[in-house]
Design a protein around this ligand. Structure first.
Ligand code: DLL
Length: 435
């Protein structure tokens, strides 16, 4: 099933004509409304008029997360605040968060694209959707919510957490579809088992999972334990939120990118060179319809490849493969995006510890765990007879990590000079998760 047959099955030539028209408009607009783009284009010696074909986009400079941080919070907005009806932000309050804005029309577009995703997953207005993505600044909750309402389905805005209650609602309200991170799906299944609930007897038949990396192995595990069809959804706050790309039930191989709204390129993350379809590299998106927060050639740092072959489902939009990694050090821990530098910022602000630390991420059962080992200062160590002093330091770090990053960590204080030292690039993160 296809939600917007007219746009999702456009012949490629017609799609490209539409893309070019929209690209010209957006480049022209950002040049005149966003100081950052005017400077960046001038510096690169390009003008909006230089776009005469889609291939001309490559002459334009990339936009990076650092650019967004430099223009925090609203410096990249292309409309006055009076036209912005919604703000979201990606996690991380130390190191500046990325703030994104939407006009009324942006929200309508996003809702439509999310409705397309739900329909690609086989849902209709007769479905009841258990939406366990977090509501709030995170785009997952409200993004799916508006899409579900646009489709006319019934949405349960359960948000994240309170897992026992979620199991009760799954039993009592009988939702037919669930949206959450893949690790939370496994977590729910485990909790269900503990409560004596066989997830396979629930009415759920479809799961729409994303916001963090997962694998085919996890897909099989989720499908077997929950008795549903699991589909992959991709998105990022900067480009819109969930619903940038979505798998279809027909193929379940690769996610269709809504190319009437986003242009996609794959580049070599080291050189910036554009790679041919099929080759793995970093995804770069240009938004061609967004009003409040348009982005030109945004480097996502997500590694994937394009699968340009036509799809059985009839959609003509190119597909992207699963995300296989990142070209930076961002971690996604229990659905929260975390940069090691944010953890470092907390540690540096904490008296009694040294900036020598190790971050160990693991997955125990279905839950991501975060352990931070950090050296205490010689001075604190000398006073270490005072167990209380150490305990207080530990507690303070745990609290600060929770307050600033929103995640729970285990903190282990270790003796001065006991952690490995590095001669070249420090390697402070051990990601032991096997997903
Ligand atoms: O995670 C938006 C979203 C919500 C997508 C719900 C899907 C479902 P951010 O918090 O800005 O936005 O995080 C974006 O998450 O750059 C990827 O690294 C990662 N990511 C998102 N979807 C997938 C996926 C939302 N299906 C970052 N597979 C992105 C792997 C994913 N990684």
């Amino acid at each position: 099933m296809i939600y917007n047959e007219d746009f999702e099955t456009l012949p490629r030539e017609v799609l490209e004509t539409l893309q070019l028209k929209r690209l010209k408009q957006v480049v022209e607009r950002v040049y005149h409304t966003v100081g950052f783009y005017r400077r960046a284009f001038d510096q690169a010696g390009v003008q909006p008029d230089d776009i005469t074909s889609l291939a001309d986009l490559r002459k334009f400079p990339f936009t990076t997360k650092q650019d967004l941080r430099d223009n925090y919070p609203f410096g990249m907005f292309a409309v006055p605040m009076s036209s912005v009806v919604r703000l979201h932000a990606s996690s991380g309050t130390t190191g500046r968060a990325t703030v994104v804005g939407y006009t009324k029309r942006d929200i309508d577009t996003w809702s439509e694209l999310m409705a397309r995703c739900l329909v690609a997953a086989g849902l209709t207005k007769n479905d009841i959707i258990h939406n366990a993505y977090g509501y709030g600044l995170f785009t997952g909750g409200l993004g799916v919510h508006y899409g579900a309402e646009k489709l006319g389905a019934s949405v349960i805005p359960i948000s994240g957490g309170n897992t026992k209650r979620q199991i009760m609602i799954l039993q009592d309200f009988g939702p037919t579809a669930i949206c959450c991170t893949p690790s939370y799906a496994l977590n729910l299944a485990e909790q269900g088992k503990e409560m004596g609930v066989d997830m396979k007897t629930l009415k759920l038949r479809t799961g729409i999972f994303g916001a963090e990396p997962w694998s085919e192995k996890m897909r099989v595990e989720i499908e077997n334990t929950m008795g549903l069809t699991a589909l992959n959804i991709y998105g990022l706050s900067e480009i819109m939120g969930p619903g940038v790309a979505m798998e279809c039930t027909e193929e379940r191989h690769g996610m269709h990118i809504f190319e009437d709204h986003f242009l996609v390129e794959v580049i070599n993350p080291q050189t910036g060179e554009i790679l041919p379809p099929g080759e793995e590299g970093e995804l770069v998106f240009t938004t061609i319809t967004k009003e409040a927060f348009p982005l030109i050639r945004y480097r996502t740092r997500d590694i994937s490849r394009l699968l340009p072959a036509p799809c059985r489902c009839g959609r003509t939009h190119a597909r992207m493969d699963r995300i296989t990694g990142r070209s930076d050090d961002m971690l996604i821990i229990r659905g929260v995006n975390v940069f090691p530098s944010q953890i470092e910022a907390v540690l540096v602000g904490c008296e009694g510890v040294e900036p020598h630390y190790q971050i160990i991420v693991d997955r125990v059962g279905n839950l991501d765990t975060l352990e931070i080992q950090v050296e205490v200062s010689e001075k604190l160590f000398a006073n270490a007879d005072e167990v209380k002093v150490l305990q207080n330091t530990e507690r303070r770090i745990i609290k600060d990590i929770k307050d600033y990053l929103g995640i729970s960590a285990k903190v282990k204080l270790v003796e001065p000079k006991s952690l490995q030292r590095f001669e070249g690039k420090a390697s402070r993160v051990q990601d032991r998760r096997q997903i």
